[in-house]
Design a protein around this ligand. Structure first.
Ligand code: GTP
Ligand code: MG
Length: 207
């Protein structure tokens, strides 16, 4: 697919900002969730993938506090999860984050993939590894994407890709940049495969 994948062939639309499970969309479609630490580039990746600027981005960490649902081509949801691990967020706020994200993972019937973003410039933090273990525990299919690769030299990219992969037990890592569009095509392929692999109608009728 072309680099601005979404642009010519499809539509992305904002659906809802959920502050609790009560606000989650009634509609069941395959869902691709984008997760990771505050400021890692979740909203920017969503925009790069859809070729839009629907998701608000900011250099101030903790911008996205709600779960934002976008519908893509009327075929699946892209879900921008609030970031975790921002040091200045009070304890009560982190508890709310955990509760909201937990409700998301527990209640949505058709999560096809969780894209776990980490910063390509550093090794995954303890919180990143903890989050990955949580996903494993829940049996969530995941894809690790290392963002902001435009900030690294070619050699550093190789080194960091390997180091990050090792930290996650040898899982493949896609390097991406919302600035250059690097990685978008590969991520898009994984998204499309994952969305196709989930049959929401069967899943929800089994519940
Ligand atoms: P929260 O919503 O606060 O959790 O943050 P987020 O993960 O959604 O991050 P966001 O997309 O808002 O990006 C945070 C900052 O990083 C912004 O200043 C972006 O412009 C910048 N940024 C995001 N992706 C990239 C990238 O690939 N390359 C570069 N150079 N900057 C990026
Ligand atoms: Mg955001």
């Amino acid at each position: 697919m072309p680099a601005n994948i979404a642009g010519s062939i499809s539509q992305a639309e904002f659906v809802v900002s959920a502050v609790s499970a009560h606000d989650f969309p009634r509609e069941t479609l395959p869902e691709i969730a984008i997760a990771g630490r505050s400021n890692v580039g979740k909203s920017s990746l969503l925009n790069a993938l859809t070729g839009t600027s629907l998701a608000r981005t900011s250099s101030t960490p903790g911008k996205t506090r709600m779960i934002n649902f976008y519908r893509f081509q009327r075929a699946f949801f892209l879900v921008d999860l609030p970031g975790f691990g921002y040091a200045k967020v009070p304890k009560a706020e982190s508890r709310k984050w955990k509760q909201l994200v937990n409700e998301y993972f527990e209640r949505r019937p058709a999560i096809a993939l969780v894209i776990h973003l980490v910063d390509s410039r550093m090794n995954p933090t303890a919180l990143d590894l903890q989050f990955a273990r949580w996903l494993d525990h829940l049996g969530m299919p995941r894809l690790i994407v290392a963002t902001k690769s435009d900030k690294l030299s070619g050699r550093e990219r190789d080194v960091q890709r390997r180091a990050i992969s090792e930290a996650f037990g040898g899982e493949p890592v896609i390097l991406s940049s919302a600035v250059t569009g690097a990685g978008s095509k590969e991520i898009w392929k994984r998204v499309a495969d994952a969305a196709r692999s989930v049959n929401p109608r069967r899943k929800s009728s089994e519940q």
